[in-house]
Design a protein around this ligand. Structure first.
Ligand code: PSU
Ligand code: MN
Length: 306
């Protein structure tokens, strides 16, 4: 792909040149995943967490029609505050860029920009997946098809049960996307550590994850890897409480006939309204935890010479 559309922050550029570890971060979580000002604070803290764990953060977005890998503090603030930032997945990239608009990148589009910049590890909260009822709505996140073709390792706390977790894992299997567990044999369910569904392989050490990623790409098996990292025990939510909030949010979405790209942001905002700060705190803590693990995987990958 053509890199003339991409601006890499000088610090990120330098790290990439020196083959130092870099971690990509998404911006939909900032503009559409959390309320202001917690979104702004969290974006800053996550970048700092990546640094504290030995890697350079590169938050990704589209600003005035340019792909950005690495943002200034005022750019982060704009994404957190503006309120009218478009949610940009793979299919939205062309008109957002040609129209010189601003866009917050989802997992799918963050992977695209990261790969273009040469960044191999990406940290987020939760990935998109197969929605409940997808057998009639066909609502399957473009994150999953992106994972099948774009070679970026994605560290997340699993998927929320606003989605059909079992169907999401089946889809990833069909697409040939490895799903690893960091110190867990179960794929995590975002707010809670367990989903009842197994990962392909449990890993105790980030270095072992890095080795498996390297083998995949050395073999030309292009595409992403999902690394499920459960929320720390002390920040896990009560399963009953979160399940009730999710059921309520889903029925509200149905009543209001929310569909398509609006559904995920709607559900996320509704869950925060219903559970108050509890789900928000869990969300913040799991992203910070993912940032630490992702930075270590990026270091381990950087230390494996071809
Ligand atoms: N799930 C979360 N938090 C999020 C998202 C999903 O728990 O912020 C965001 C991510 O950016 C993800 C996107 O890539 O929503 C998926 O949206 P959709 O289902 O429309 O593909
Ligand atoms: Mn969708």
């Amino acid at each position: 792909m053509n890199r003339e559309y991409l601006d890499i922050h000088p610090e990120v550029q330098e790290a990439l040149k020196q083959e130092q570890p870099v971690v990509a971060l998404e911006s939909t979580i900032i503009s559409h995943g959390m309320p202001y000002p917690q979104n702004m604070e969290t974006a800053r803290r996550v970048e700092q967490k990546v640094r504290d764990n030995g890697a350079v953060p590169a938050t990704i977005a589209i600003l005035k029609g340019r792909m950005k890998a690495g943002l200034s503090d005022s750019e982060l603030e704009h994404l957190a505050k503006a309120g009218d930032i478009k949610k940009v997945s793979r299919r939205d990239i062309p008109y957002i860029m040609s129209g010189r608009l601003d866009g917050a990148t989802t997992v799918a589009s963050t992977m695209i920009v990261a790969a273009l910049a040469g960044i191999r590890v990406f940290v987020t909260g939760g990935i998109g997946g197969v929605h409940r009822g997808a057998s009639s709505t066909f609502d399957i996140s473009a994150d999953l098809t992106e994972l099948s073709k774009t070679s970026v390792a994605v560290v997340c706390a699993g998927v929320k049960s606003i989605l059909d977790i079992g169907a999401t894992l089946e889809y990833l299997e069909t697409q040939g996307v490895p799903v690893f567990g960091y110190q867990t044999g179960e794929f995590p369910a975002f707010y809670t550590r367990n989903s009842g569904f197994l990962v392909d392989q449990r890993f105790g050490e980030t270095a072992e994850i890095a080795k498996a990623i390297k083998v995949k790409w050395d073999l030309g098996l292009n595409g992403g890897i999902v690394i499920g990292n459960p929320v720390p025990r002390e920040f896990e939510m009560d399963k009953k409480e979160i399940d009730q909030a999710i059921e309520r949010a889903l029925s509200d979405a149905e009543l209001k006939d929310v569909k398509g790209k609006e559904i995920t942001p709607f559900l996320l905002a509704r869950i925060v309204e219903l559970t108050g700060t509890r789900s928000l705190q869990t969300n913040i803590e799991l992203v910070l935890n993912n940032a630490a693990v992702g930075a270590r995987i990026a270091q381990d990958l950087a230390s494996l010479k071809p």
